[in-house]
Design a binder for this molecule. Structure first.
Ligand SMILES: Cc1cc2nc3c(=O)[nH]c(=O)nc-3n(C[C@H](O)[C@H](O)[C@H](O)COP(=O)(O)OP(=O)(O)OC[C@H]3O[C@@H](n4cnc5c(N)ncnc54)[C@H](O)[C@@H]3O)c2cc1C
Length: 445
């Protein structure tokens, strides 16, 4: 979202500086390069960015096809950064944001002071930059949730780090494949990433070099109609197919679902294999690997001097939180929102993109492509344009997944279902009520 924000600011004649901690644009996306998006190219490109890219001879990939994370970064995010040129600085990690000469307490002339942004470059050199506004689009990829059922790392989780990962493994990588082949792997979480991991492990179990591969799916809740997402009724077919693939993995015996299991500790047995211990004392023995996919949290540490207005539960902007609460909403029922819902007591700073959703697992890039024009118009002083927010989002539609027919693999082409038009606000009928805060939701990556 950072380069998209910069593209819009340039459109408004405002000069942006984009600071990316990673070595390339889309550095976080590159870390899940092996995963397919469940959005098509048409849903993964910001129209304003497309306008900026067109004069360079860049052409929009086939809109109905699905990019992998790697393709999205290489064929879209990087070319966009290239167009922005020196405005984009990679290897520049933001370590602090504040008001010049004013810490969080000080009121005097606060709003008249520019922001000071502390940056550490990859060569270790520290810098201070000054800005009249800050758009934090730093995502949540770097701060995944832990295995612990209470939201804390389970006892022994860190000590077991050599057998615990917080990413969907790339089983096309021979070294990674060898780590899981023929092994018993616990998968913790119930969002799109957990579905993907279960499907990948089931494929490995069916492969010649994967005999004996087994997954144990750890769920804090029970299995219900909504556990596997929208299935074939999902208006993002590739997202629906992920849930169906997970269901097939369970139905075909490649994954055992263990429900109501809140991991409290990860221990090692005499052979060095892992034992997951639940709060109710249940013990899951003989585990070789653990894949933790329990969602993400925002890193707020470098914003400690800023007066943010965040919701206690979601750590999302207070106005936005009720609209995205996974206990009430799926990603398809979030109504359009912009600068007003994303504002904070501190003027001139906004969290956008994945980070604006805090711990809510329902962010879609299309939402970010609506947030950004509103915020940049507001920063340009064009309130009328800033208030014009429209969002077209495909709904997941929880439906009973068809009984154990082999799930259709997400094809690289799909007929995009007719998006549901939502204009602010409509009374949204709650989707399937989720008992507990989702440990990942329909769009939880
Ligand atoms: C596996 C996965 C699959 C997804 N699939 C889809 C999908 O199919 N469709 C969809 O609509 N959405 C999807 N999403 C959700 C979302 O659209 C993406 O995560 C998207 O990349 C979010 O964009 P962002 O700019 O908010 O954050 P990111 O893409 O995470 O970008 C944040 C950037 O900020 C940088 N950064 C972090 N901290 C700092 C710092 N302190 N200083 C400087 N730079 C920093 C990071 O290196 C990163 O490059 C998916 C997410 C994941 C994780």
């Amino acid at each position: 979202m950072s380069n998209g924000s910069a593209a819009h600011l340039v459109d408004h004649g405002i000069e942006p500086a984009v600071l990316e901690a990673g070595p390339t644009a889309g550095a976080a996306v590159q870390e899940w390069a092996h995963l397919l998006l469940f959005s098509t190219w048409g849903e993964a490109i910001d129209p304003a960015a497309e306008k900026l890219l067109a004069p360079t001879g860049w052409t929009t990939p086939d809109e109905g096809t699905y990019p992998s994370g790697g393709e999205w970064a290489e064929k879209y995010l990087q070319p966009l950064a290239d167009v922005l040129g020196e405005r984009v600085r990679t290897g520049a990690r933001v370590t602090g944001v504040s008001r010049v000469g004013r810490d969080r307490i000080v009121d005097a002339d606060r709003e008249a002071q520019p922001f000071v942004v502390h940056v550490t470059r990859t060569d270790g050199v520290e810098e201070r930059l000054f800005a009249r506004a800050v758009i934090d689009a730093s995502g949540t990829w770097a701060t995944p949730g832990p295995a612990g059922g209470s939201g804390l790392p389970a006892l022994g989780e860190r000590a077991a780090a050599d057998h615990v990962t917080y990413r969907v493994p790339d089983l096309k990588d021979p070294a990674v494949r060898a780590r899981y082949a023929g092994r018993r792997t616990a998968v913790i979480g119930s969002g799109a990433s957990a579905f993907t991991a279960l499907a990948y492990l089931a494929d490995l179990a069916k492969a010649d070099d994967g005999t004996g591969t087994k997954a144990v799916w750890i769920l804090r809740r029970g299995l219900s109609g909504s556990t596997f997402g929208g299935g074939s009724a999902d208006q993002l077919p590739a997202r629906g197919a992920l849930g169906l693939a997970a269901k097939a993995a369970v139905d075909d015996g490649h994954a055992d679902a263990v429900t109501g299991f809140r991991t409290e500790a990860i221990e090692r047995d005499a052979d060095g294999r892992l034992v997951l211990v639940a709060e109710d004392g249940r013990r899951l023995e003989n585990v070789d690997e653990v894949i933790v996919l329990t969602g993400f949290r925002p890193d707020l540490s470098f914003l400690s001097e800023i007066r943010l207005g965040l919701d206690d539960r979601l750590q999302a902007p207070a106005e936005l939180a009720p609209l995205i609460d996974p206990n009430q909403h799926s990603c398809g029922t979030v109504y359009p929102h912009g600068h007003r819902e994303l504002a904070h007591p501190e003027q001139g700073i906004y969290l956008v993109g994945m980070k604006s959703y805090g711990r809510a697992p329902t962010f879609l890039a299309m939402t970010g492509y609506e947030q950004v024009p509103s915020i940049t118009a507001a920063l340009a002083g064009d309130t009328e344009a800033a208030d014009r927010v429209e969002l077209t989002l495909p709904k997941p539609e929880y439906a009973e997944a068809p009984a154990s027919s082999t799930p259709p693999k997400p094809t690289r082409t799909a007929e995009a279902a007719a998006p549901v038009q939502l204009t602010a606000p409509t009374a949204t009928a709650p989707d399937a009520k989720v008992e507990e805060s989702a440990e990942g939701g329909c769009c939880d990556a």
